[in-house]
Design a protein. Sequence first.
Length: 440
Amino acid sequence: MEWFHNTAIVLPLTFLILAVGIFLTFRLQLIQLRRFFYILKNTLGSLSAAAGGRKASGEITPFQALTTALAATVGTGNIAGVATAIFLGGPGAIFWMWVSAFFGMAIKYSEIVLAVHYRTTVGGSIAGGPMYFLEKGLRKPFLAVLFAAFGALAAFGIGNMVQANSVADAVRASFGVPVYITGFILAFLSGLIILGGIKRIALITSSIVPFMAFFYISASLLILFFFRQQIPEALGHIFVGAFSGQAAVGGVAGATVLSAWRYGISRGIFTNEAGLGSASIAHAAARTTHPVRQGIWGVMEVFIDTHVVCTMTALVLLTTGAWETGLDGASMTVEAFSRGIPGNLGQYVVTIGLIFFAFSTVLSWAYYGEKCMEYLLGNRSVRFYRAFWILFIFVGSLGGLRAVWALADILNGLMAFPNLVGLLGLSGVLSRLTREYFAR
């Protein structure tokens, strides 16, 4: 999410999401901490058995649901957004990013548990997400319609045009390819995959996400090996800056603890989309025997997105000294990787990372958006939604309809409000399902 420092709703939304995360963490008895090794063992530690079981209902495997959700959350924000958080809040923002992501684990877990528990079948396929647990669980159909409307429209911004534009600009800057050619290719490839529905999307994301994560993390670790002597100093900047304030060169003059807190919390929340409810739409399609069994994959999703990928970016920015150049966003990240990897290879690493991150985001948000539209207008509306989605990828790559981007960004944030109401209202159901699962 890149609108976390640009819109008027971000501060109240940040406070609200953090407060709900703290409440759910204690309501669920610190499940993300107390059960972390169980979660690790039964998610990434058991991939060979991650098909969900013969008796499980659903359309895709739990791992495919994870990669589909990660495809949406691991995006340009992990490359440019972390740099912006450091630019505005100083290195201390990273500490508060970790803290907010910790509470975000409880939110993501809760969203998925409720999505699976209240999922249903529409047009022969599994459907779930906040709109269904708001209607069937909380019995507030108005909030369900509100969420679906926000989701269907917001997807065209952060999940479509913004991503297409990021890819087109990056490819033009690095390889000199005109944006309309990149836009056409991106729209064509996306169309081939999106028209196949969730099974084809999940098949592709389960291949892309592990590759792009390995590629980006490997490059980051290589740089950190070269700059290993600077790692203790970088960690010192993070922990000292979190409680005393330390500005990046060219950033907020005299960055305070408040600015580190604000931008770190915001980055931690919006990079993994905990609170928006979007990822639960993908997880609802997973084959699983119990809602909690899928919910624990949500904890791992936040951990990978924020505590692993974002941390890699942050440490590269700090150890190479790129955070002291006065650059911001993707420019700072390109500078960091260029310093860490000789020649133009650093720039190419960032560009390739942006391409894969953004492309996979387009695929996942297409599914989120069409499921929201399906809830509003029925199964027949999906084909029209997909057609518009493919068209807007091309338009976005050209940089068109920027006013629509701004509106979509606001709607993206508004998705959180009905979702959070549902999480609070159904926290008793969450607690019961969690106790029931672990009592077994």
